[in-house]
Write a protein that binds this ligand. Structure first.
Ligand code: NDP
Length: 413
């Protein structure tokens, strides 16, 4: 046990900390506080209404009062300033693509830095079990895979900084990026492996219930806390994995699926396991139309796309897994071309007509996986037309590094 967390059951701040610790593979104990006496005795605060909650106690002794995820990352010594002023390669995003790129780059002698804004492992780290990743016949949890990859990258010499992110490229100077922390980073080459953000339901009540009963992602840290009926919204592999994970802990799981059948978006092995599960009910043609509750989520109203009829489902736990939206807000639209949905265009997908002439010498075309900005590569889910699989992201990371070598060789010659 490396950390202990104390807080209220309905605390959104506590959820964010649990989610971060779980996805980061840090063993922790969560204690829900139910009385002032308990809060005083266990968390050392005056009572349940003390604003210093949630409290986090780390194994090494530090006590954090109402910490943000950033505070926690600092206390774990995962957030710090880069050691060097210039790197051969800076990788943004530590999901499977970014970590794979870090392993290959560092092992091939490149001075490599990885910047991750949240937890190492990306969305894959919230997957309770990845069953089709080569070499793990019994499956492996996303956070274990991420934790192993992190150790491997660091052992080979890559530096990893958590809880910071690239926010802006310097428009006229290639290889210069500003981080949220205010650091100016210089690198000879860059790989963008920032993945995707969870797509939102876009309902008016969403903000009110966010992390108060409505959660984005597979909720790996929450399964053991859930009681009664859990609702999983979405019909893709993330939703399927989440439903199976919750089914082990709760009485009933209901999947609300917009499409006509799970088979359309879900891998066959997951469809089969869901079908065999006695406590997962799948409601197809169902779109969530309203969220209800006084302070936290109490019910979901969903509407049939066939009949237009609306029904209510009593639940305190809803997990939304409806795919992703590319995380490219940091890119400059003037220099990094994306498709309409925001995925980054690379190599053969970029037409000569759109290449900014101030960056590109005549006759030079972007390498495969190179973006419209020379020396900036994209790998993994954030890349236009990428195949959204863990193994593909890992392959993307390795391929991007070989492109980086080509770029550095040409750039130096
Ligand atoms: P997907 O894009 O595969 O699936 C998204 C699901 O959400 C679809 O069922 C989609 O329905 C539904 N959806 C989208 N928008 C809405 C909305 N507004 N309201 C209701 N439903 C909506 O996303 P995933 O996150 O599941 O997976 C991403 C990728 O990662 C996929 O390629 C997947 O295969 C992979 N993955 C693989 C895993 C594995 O174990 N092999 C585990 C997890 C992910 P519709 O079809 O109607 O648009």
């Amino acid at each position: 046990m490396n950390a202990e967390l104390f807080g209220l059951a309905t605390s959104a701040a506590a959820y964010e900390l649990r989610d971060f610790l779980k996805r980061s593979g840090v063993p922790f104990k969560w204690t829900e506080l139910h009385s002032d006496e308990q809060a005083q005795r266990l968390a050392g605060v005056t009572g349940l209404s003390d604003e210093r909650l949630p409290v986090c106690r780390l194994l090494q002794g530090s006590l954090l009062y109402h910490p943000s995820v950033h505070d926690l990352a600092c206390a774990l010594d995962w957030f710090r300033s880069p050691k060097l002023s210039t790197y051969d390669l800076v990788i943004y995003g530590a999901g499977p693509a970014g970590l794979s790129a870090a392993v290959y780059a560092a092992s091939e002698g490149l001075r490599t830095l990885v910047i991750e804004r949240s937890a190492v492992g990306g969305q894959a780290a919230s997957s309770s079990r990845i069953e089709n990743y080569l070499g793990f016949p019994d499956g492996i949890s996303g956070w274990e895979l991420a934790s192993r990859a992190r150790q491997q990258a660091q052992r080979l010499g890559a530096e990893i900084i958590v809880s910071d992110e690239g926010v802006e490229n310097e428009e006229d100077v290639l290889g210069v990026t500003w981080l949220a922390s205010g650091t100016r980073l210089v690198s000879k080459a860059t790989i963008c492996a920032t993945g995707v953000d969870y797509t939102r339901l876009d309902l008016p009540e969403e903000a009110k219930f966010l992390n108060h009963g409505l959660f984005y992602g597979a909720g790996a840290s929450e399964a053991s806390r859930c009681t009664g009926e859990v609702v999983v919204i979405g019909g893709g592999n993330s939703a399927g994995q989440a439903a199976l994970n919750f089914a082990d802990d709760v009485q009933k799981v209901t999947m609300l699926v917009r499409g006509a059948a799970l088979r359309d978006t879900l891998s066959e092995y997951l469809v089969e396991r869901i079908r065999q599960s006695s406590n997962i009910e799948v409601r197809t043609h169902s779109v969530v139309s309203q969220l209800r509750g006084a302070n936290s989520l109490e019910a979901i109203i969903y509407t049939s796309t066939l009949t237009g009829e609306s029904k209510s489902l009593q639940t305190n736990w809803a997990f939304v897994c409806i795919g992703g939206t590319p995380r490219t807000s940091w890119t400059s639209p003037k220099s990094v071309l994306t498709d309409r949905a925001g995925y980054i265009l690379t190599g053969p997908d970029i037409s000569d007509d759109y290449l900014p002439s101030r960056y590109w010498q005549k006759g030079r075309r972007p390498l495969f996986m190179e973006t419209s900005r020379p020396g900036l590569f994209a790998a993994g889910d954030v890349r236009h037309n990428s195949i959204k699989r863990c193994a593909t992201a890992v392959g993307d990371g390795a391929t991007a590094v070989s492109m980086v070598h080509q770029f550095l060789a040409t750039d130096r010659s």
